[in-house]
Design a binder for this molecule. Structure first.
Ligand code: FAD
Length: 614
């Protein structure tokens, strides 16, 4: 059960900066975790519970999500955009995508991405996980990591009512039980989302009721990171799941505290982290000291972990020197090998009697009813964020001509991807692993022809294994200046063509008999007569590509000679005691949403550190 907040040791620098100053000057910490996000809090809580040492400190730039409706109500996912829980990142103009600049909001809050994301909880495939070992990280394979993924989880099986109302099938034994992270199905699943399963089946997709066991291909109901209605139907974040349940008095968490640099001393075994500099809301700099034998663990996310490494003198020496930073470790991989899922959206109006979240905006009675239902019984529309996903391989999506074209495009390695990553992805594509994901956003989410009093739905089409690789680098020594974020979207010809074809296939899904039962005539965006041939779909993909908010790779776990930044113990090359546990260490994207991988890395970080104590 969650601990009462008064027992969880959180120091808010907004209100207690002066007491912190004295606490930090008196104490040093065996483990300092920079970033209290998805992976960071999993590592911190597990470490604090298991360590024989005395103290664990978390430094988080944002505040707490407790009592915050934007965080806790599942329906409000994505409502953090543009609020003070948002880092406001933006991707640099994308040369291969019509020079678009693209939003890359990320959570600036305890829980990080887990506090603001779409709540989708889906498992990567066995092949995605085995790729880690193939890329050079011994021991990082499905057989070893599947139990670690399960250790994070507590599956709440669908209730009898949910099974009978929605026909939910799920192999629950493929999920963990007894872990801190509550997973469940929302009380309410809109009809249009249910139809996505029927549409897939109509097109010959596999109905996969065991998508958590290593094979994720097919259409299925998928779990959300939320508690069941019987426990309030609130979002699970790493704050609520880990910090509030795996209680340890050894753990101190600073909020509204921004780490600015890790400081080192040279030893015969490499650079040793001695302290972390941080900045409070008052602009003052504080120092958190690392105790003898202690470790610093970076968990600041895919954008800000490489930023901190570079600001601390670890990265491409020339780049650092040019900015006036003294390089202490020349590590060319820092900020490289970065990628994100690419995504397009198609929008459709629903028939008059089928309603989406848009109706909450034009029907005040419905909005009031649903709010009351949620507040009193934890039921109804507000419990819902997502519940259906469909992951498809090219063999299900394409006819013979397109399959031949795919083989032809894959005969040449694109420039930015290393050969071994390319070989793995290519063989997965040809072996029938999922390459495109289809989900609905339950509202008008793209286009400019929104009619009043009309409910819409948008189909999101994601390319899950892009080949293009980009980079994230600082351009300033100021922690508050965002790094230059360039995923290099659609650089590879395969990425562009596949995203275009997968989007076109999305329209096919929307033209099934199952969809005709709920959709109004036509297509609100882009329009059935606007995009009609392959060239137009390619242009559409270029001009409309979005980020899937699933960034990885900017401080990759790879061999050093392959541009790696951390080894298979998540330790930064050239250091004795600096680790990375967030998704910057994940070297390659998966055919899944990424929070389960962040929890996996968080759990692995603690496991590795606790084993090192033995
Ligand atoms: C809008 C959105 C929707 C998404 N939807 C889904 C979904 O439905 N399902 C899914 O599986 N995944 C989803 N994701 C992706 C998933 O949430 C992320 O991949 C995952 O949370 C990343 O975890 P992380 O630990 O690497 O980083 P984060 O969780 O982002 O944690 C980084 C933390 O570090 C803090 N921080 C950064 N810099 C500093 C600093 N200098 N000092 C102190 N603290 C710092 C940040 O505030 C943050 O709390 C979504 C992401 C977003 C942004």
């Amino acid at each position: 059960a969650p601990q009462p907040r008064s027992t969880v040791n959180i120091i808010d620098l907004n209100s207690s900066a002066s007491s912190l100053q004295s606490a930090l000057s008196r104490n040093s910490y065996e483990y300092i975790i920079v970033g209290g996000g998805t992976a960071g809090l999993a590592t911190a809580s597990r470490l604090a519970q298991g360590t024989k040492k005395k103290s664990v400190l978390v430094i988080e730039a944002g505040g707490s999500g407790v009592g915050d409706d934007i965080v806790t109500i599942p329906k409000n996912s994505f409502s953090f955009l543009g609020t003070d829980r948002d880092w406001f990142f933006e991707i640099a103009p994308q040369e291969h995508a019509a020079n678009q600049t693209i939003n890359l909001s990320q959570g600036k809050i305890l829980g990080g991405g887990s506090a603001v994301n779409g709540l989708v909880y889906v498992r990567p495939s066995k092949a995605d996980i085995d790729a880690l070992e193939l890329l050079g990280s011994d021991g990082w394979n499905w057989d070893n990591l599947y139990p670690v993924m399960k250790q994070a989880e507590n599956i709440n099986s669908p209730t009898d009512e949910q099974v009978s109302e929605y026909d939910i099938g799920l192999t629950t034994s493929s999920l963990g039980s007894g872990g801190p992270l509550q997973l469940s199905f929302p009380d309410y699943i809109p009809l249009q989302h249910q139809k996505l399963i029927a549409a897939g089946v109509e097109l010959g997709h596999t109905l996969n009721e065991d998508s958590y066991g290593g094979n994720n291909v097919g259409t299925h109901y998928s779990l959300s990171t939320e508690t069941p209605s019987s426990a309030g139907a609130t979002r699970e974040t790493s704050e609520f799941a880990y910090l509030d349940t795996l209680f340890s008095s050894k753990l101190t968490t600073l909020i509204h505290a921004t780490a600015t640099k890790v400081n080192f001393k040279k030893t015969k075994n490499g650079q040793a982290a001695t302290s972390v500099s941080l900045k409070g809301p008052d602009g003052k700099t504080y120092t958190a000291k690392v105790a003898s034998g202690g470790e610093v663990i970076l968990a600041a996310g895919v954008v800000r972990t490489p930023q901190l490494l570079e600001l601390s003198g670890i990265g491409q020496s020339d780049r650092l020197t040019a900015l006036g930073i003294k390089p202490i470790i020349d590590l060319p991989g820092v900020g490289e090998n970065y990628e994100d899922h690419t995504l397009t959206l198609l929008t459709y109006a629903l028939k008059d009697d089928v309603l989406s979240f848009d109706a909450l905006g034009y029907n005040a009675t419905l909005a009031a009813e649903q709010t009351a239902l949620y507040k009193t019984k934890a039921e109804g529309w507000l419990t819902f964020a997502q519940a259906v996903t469909d992951f498809e391989p090219i063999q299900k999506m394409f006819g013979a001509e397109d399959l031949a074209k795919a083989e032809e495009l894959l005969s040449t390695k694109p420039d930015s991807i290393p050969q071994d990553q390319f070989d793995i992805i290519k063989s997965n594509i040809l072996n029938g692993e999922a390459q495109a994901e289809y989900i609905f956003f339950n509202s008008f989410s793209a286009g400019n022809t929104k009619e009043a009093n009309t409910s819409y739905i948008s189909l999101a089409i994601t390319h899950v294994h892009p080949l293009s690789r980009g980079s994230i680098h600082i351009t300033s020594t100021d922690i508050d200046v965002h790094p230059l974020i360039n995923p290099n979207m659609l650089e590879s010809e395969w990425d562009l063509w596949f995203l275009a074809k997968a989007t076109e296939y999305g329209r096919k899904i929307m033209q099934t008999e199952a969809m005709k039962e709920i959709l109004a005539e036509g297509e609100a965006y882009p329009g059935l007569d606007v995009v009609t041939n392959e060239d137009q779909w390619i242009q559409f993909a270029k001009e409309n590509v979005n980020s899937g908010y699933h960034s990885v790779g900017s401080a990759s776990m790879l061999p050093r000679e392959k541009n790696g930044v951390v080894d298979n113990k998540l330790k930064v090359y050239g250091t004795t005691n600096l680790r990375v546990v967030d998704l910057s260490a994940m070297p390659q994207l998966v055919s899944a949403h990424t929070q389960p991988v962040a929890y996996l890395f968080g759990e692995m970080g603690a496991k590795i550190l606790l084993e090192a104590e033995k």
